[in-house]
Design a protein around this ligand. Structure first.
Ligand SMILES: [Zn+2]
Length: 114
């Protein structure tokens, strides 16, 4: 670990764990919400059913992104365990500190950000 102290790593780990807990909480409550949409579909007309399907597609997209974010967070946590946290996955250089502060799950330096 080039320039991150154990204390800083522990702080990043704590932030990642709390981000993960937040996402999982939202994930749990949004599963309830899409279950409600499905129930509504039985009893409403065609237009409303289209609305419901559209809402469901949007919810699925949101859910897909959330799952991606969770995977990023898990990957960052395992990089902390492996001692690779803070290094760009593409070029191996240290990731800018400001970038990590903004997004502790960032896996690349600014130059290699998608
Ligand atoms: Zn890089």
């Amino acid at each position: 670990m080039a320039d991150l102290t154990d204390k800083e790593l522990a702080d990043f780990a704590a932030r990642l764990h709390s981000l993960k807990a937040d996402l999982q909480e939202v994930q749990a409550s949004s599963k309830d919400a899409s279950a409600v949409v499905q129930l509504d579909q039985q009893s409403v007309g065609r237009l409303s059913r289209m609305d419901a399907l559209q809402a469901q597609a949007m919810a699925q997209e949101t859910e897909r992104r959330r799952a991606l974010d969770l995977r990023k967070i898990d990957a960052a946590l395992s990089r902390i365990d492996d001692g690779e946290f803070g290094y760009c996955a593409v070029c191996g250089d240290a990731i800018e500190r400001g970038r990590l502060d903004l997004d502790p799950a960032a896996a690349t330096c600014v130059a290699h950000a998608k």
